[in-house]
Design a binder for this molecule. Structure first.
Ligand SMILES: [Ca+2]
Ligand SMILES: [Ca+2]
Length: 327
């Protein structure tokens, strides 16, 4: 049995490594993407190509949403740029590529090596700077025509530049930002929704929002740009928790436990132990109650009034605390 499993595993590994290699070898356009927070913000979107060998001619149209974005600037990519890859660009028969915005939302790219000279293209070949015309936050991506007359034409040398044939290519989206994910632990009704929100610093509206269920529910936000965020986690009957989340240069795992109102010792139960802890705190004992969970009448003080309410809840005389009714 063990041996069969080992063979199966080996085959799986082999298959996955073949898949990876062949995918990486395909000529591919990777279309840029960017996040805009506010009207007037600028961001760069790129056109990256992978594995275009022996390119003798280029002709394609890049699309963007002209109602949301204004094109500010076009420049060569940081590596593999058209200008840098073409030897003697602009001289003799090796003219540099022309890249022009023909109308709002359409950028045409064209180059033809008159003599049939060919170059290999891999890397970011073009960068476009855009300005947001509308308020965000929103994410925009570049498009490329894949059908019709203006679809990409990238021809390669077949035989010393004498015969040319078009590339087959695939299209991918650039991945921007990182994953922010984790598990939220909560109590009581497992069917009650838990809301997880991620606010960009200085924003009143959440940039990312998810609802999860289960007392151990998982959330996941993808393509979160680098920055500092406030994560707000809430559920009925629980103290809303706010924590700071920083995204730098990798995925972030952030588990959160939210506490019940009245669960002063954070053990998941509301019972006389919690009331006792409040009384001890009130009497200035050296104890450490969860003060946010302890103020169950919402008057900003933690005192015997709260302890009394917890005892009433424990005895099922009340089904929720005044602080919950107050929102
Ligand atoms: Ca408790
Ligand atoms: Ca109180």
């Amino acid at each position: 049995m063990k041996k069969v499993f080992a063979v199966l595993l080996a085959v799986m590994l082999l298959v996955s490594s073949i898949a990876t290699v062949s995918a990486a070898d395909n000529p591919t356009f990777v279309l840029g993407k960017a996040a805009f927070a506010n009207k007037g913000d600028t961001a760069v979107m790129t056109i990256e190509v992978k594995n275009f060998d022996s390119v003798s001619a280029i002709d394609f149209t890049v699309l963007y949403d002209g109602t949301k974005l204004e094109l500010m600037n076009i420049s060569d990519g940081s590596d593999g740029s058209l200008a840098n890859l073409l030897p003697n660009a602009g001289k003799n028969d090796f003219a540099g590529a022309t890249v022009s915005c023909v109308e709002q939302g359409r950028i045409e790219v064209a180059w033809d090596s008159i003599s049939g000279y060919s170059v290999g293209l891999t890397g970011v070949i073009l960068e476009f700077e855009f300005k947001a015309l509308v308020d965000g936050p929103f994410v925009e991506k570049l498009g490329i025509l894949t059908e019709g007359e203006d679809a990409p034409l990238l021809r390669k040398d077949k035989n010393e530049g004498k015969e040319l044939e078009p590339f087959d290519f695939s299209v991918e989206e650039q991945v921007i930002g990182f994953n922010v994910s984790g598990t939220v632990t909560s109590y009581l009704d497992a069917n009650e929704k838990v809301t997880v929100e991620l606010y960009e610093e200085g924003n009143a509206e959440p940039s990312y929002s998810a609802t999860v269920t289960g007392n151990s529910g998982t959330y996941s936000f993808s393509e979160v740009p680098s920055g500092t965020y406030t994560m707000k986690v809430s559920k009925k009957g629980h103290v809303t928790k706010e924590i700071s989340v920083t995204v730098t240069d990798g995925d972030v795992k952030q588990d959160v436990t939210i506490n019940l109102y009245g669960d002063v010792n954070s053990d998941g139960y509301i019972n006389p132990k919690d009331a006792t802890l409040i009384l001890q705190y009130s009497a200035e004992f050296d104890v450490n109650p969860n003060l946010d969970a302890a103020d169950v009448n919402g008057d900003s003080y933690v005192n015997p009034k709260d302890a009394t309410l917890i005892l009433q809840y424990s005895a099922e005389l009340i089904s929720k605390f005044p602080v919950e009714t107050n929102g």
